[in-house]
Design a protein around this ligand. Structure first.
Ligand SMILES: Cc1cc2nc3c(=O)[nH]c(=O)nc-3n(C[C@H](O)[C@H](O)[C@H](O)COP(=O)(O)OP(=O)(O)OC[C@H]3O[C@@H](n4cnc5c(N)ncnc54)[C@H](O)[C@@H]3O)c2cc1C
Length: 404
């Protein structure tokens, strides 16, 4: 540190922005694992993707995950009774930032969709435990061709037939939809009550029960799928949670990603910005490094400032989750600002790299395509703004009210 304030001395009542020793230790172990075990595969991933092959196979991902398990990383959010770490949200956020540093589509294993914990005893054995172990792949399906932001407009119908349910309709843009062997599907069982009035239910639907998926090409690597249900018969015992609870579970599922997505984005921004700094210091034009130009310096300064602002929004959102306080307002701000920040930073980093930034030799153009999604899924920018402004306009929260 080059600067030390003459008044800097420990005070008992100051606000503490420091991480605890335990948080730092877990973050550093995750960083070391990502650096030593995951990042060395990046060149191969880029090579495969240039050849239009899948970047990372499922077996390779599982192999990495089982190596991480030996390091102690298994089930970041999974309760300890299921063998997980059950980490506080702030620690999970720090780890997701470390994961964001690698371009590999890596995540630690031992996780299941948060709403699968509403499973009954039999569903635990059939769906929850094998998903945690990585033996089964799930997907979560609420979006439909006619209902994305307006999720309350879903139409997939769930009709009772004796003890069973018959599902008809289509879901779209479902992550893992082409690989999953079961889907958590939200359908409308009681149109009279409506989606918000308790007229929807979530079902655990095996692919073997008859739904089919169609891959959707996107600007990112990998891609979601449409799921088509034509008279798919689902046994009554496959209702997840209660009949009528579907929309509520759907909102719970979506809520979790709101601080995870920007946590991941922070890691991408950190790594990309460091690449830009290194490049600016070494690339010479007109006989001097491009870092000597104010145009480049300002891009670096703006990126660092926005990254830091996003970091505190994200950590506060995660902290709010840990406090057991309603995290929706702070999570929406973290997702809105964090997703915008990462898009702006990657754009500047690409600009600083000039033509090389545009090539597939470097990961930058890949990030450029990948991070665009962060402004769309699990609630678009506009939906986050709707939530933030509604909370203020209706008086659910006050400006700066969280400071007490
Ligand atoms: C790669 C990918 C993966 C996804 N994974 C999943 C998944 O696993 N499961 C799942 O269920 N869904 C998933 N989704 C769906 C995703 O959540 C939706 O795409 C998203 O919620 C937006 O819905 P939409 O695409 O129908 O856009 P629309 O709702 O049609 O919105 C179009 C535009 O209008 C804006 N808009 C809409 N209403 C308003 C308003 N009232 N005021 C101002 N602006 C408005 C939106 O913000 C957007 O800019 C995924 C999507 C993608 C692209």
């Amino acid at each position: 540190m080059r600067y030390r304030s003459p008044t800097a001395h420990p005070k008992k009542d100051i606000m503490d922005f420091a991480l605890s020793d335990e948080q730092k230790a877990i973050r550093d172990t995750a960083r070391s694992f990502i650096r030593k075990e995951v990042m060395p595969l990046e060149q191969e991933l880029l090579r495969r993707e240039r050849a239009h092959q899948p970047g990372l196979t499922r077996d390779e991902l599982r192999e990495l995950q089982s190596r991480a398990r030996k390091f102690g990383f298994w089930g970041l959010s999974t309760p300890q009774e299921y063998g997980g770490m059950d980490l506080p949200a702030v620690t999970q956020s720090l780890i997701w930032t470390e994961i964001g540093r690698t371009i590999l589509p890596f995540r630690f294993g031992g996780e299941a969709d948060n709403i699968l914990y509403h499973a009954n005893e039999q569903q635990r054995r059939e769906y929850l435990l094998p998903t945690i172990e990585g033996d089964r792949i799930s997907c979560f399906a609420i979006t439909e061709p006619g209902a994305g932001s307006d999720a309350a407009n879903i139409k997939l119908s769930a009709r009772r037939d004796g003890d069973d349910w018959i599902l008809n309709g289509e879901k779209t843009f479902i992550t893992n939809g082409n690989d999953a062997d079961f889907a958590i599907v939200v359908g409308v069982n009681d149109p009279e009550r409506g989606v918000r009035g308790g007229g929807t239910t979530a079902f655990l639907v095996d692919r073997a029960m008859g739904w089919r998926s169609e891959f959707i090409q996107t600007m990112g690597e990998g891609g979601p799928a449409s799921l088509v249900f034509e008279d798919v018969r689902v046994p009554g015992r496959n209702v997840l949670g209660e009949v009528g609870q579907g929309f509520e579970l759907g909102m719970q599922w979506i809520g979790r990603g709101r601080y995870i997505i920007p946590s991941h984005g922070l890691g991408i921004a950190e790594r990309a910005l460091q690449m830009a700094i290194d490049h600016a210091n070494t690339r010479e034009t007109f006989g001097r490094p491009i870092a000597t130009n104010q145009a480049i310096q300002w891009m670096i300064a703006d990126s660092e400032t926005e990254l830091e602002a996003a970091r505190w929004l994200v950590l506060r959102a995660a902290w709010t989750v840990d406090q057991g306080v309603d995290p929706r307002h702070s999570s929406s701000m973290a997702k809105l600002y964090g997703a915008g920040m990462i898009n702006r930073v990657v754009d500047r980093v690409l600009q600083i790299h000039g033509g090389m930034g545009y090539t597939r030799e470097l990961p930058i153009e890949r990030w450029y395509r990948q991070v665009r999604l962060m402004r769309i899924y699990e609630g678009t920018d506009e939906m986050q703004r709707l939530i933030i402004s509604r909370d203020l306009l209706r008086g659910y929260t006050t400006i700066g009210g969280h400071l007490g």
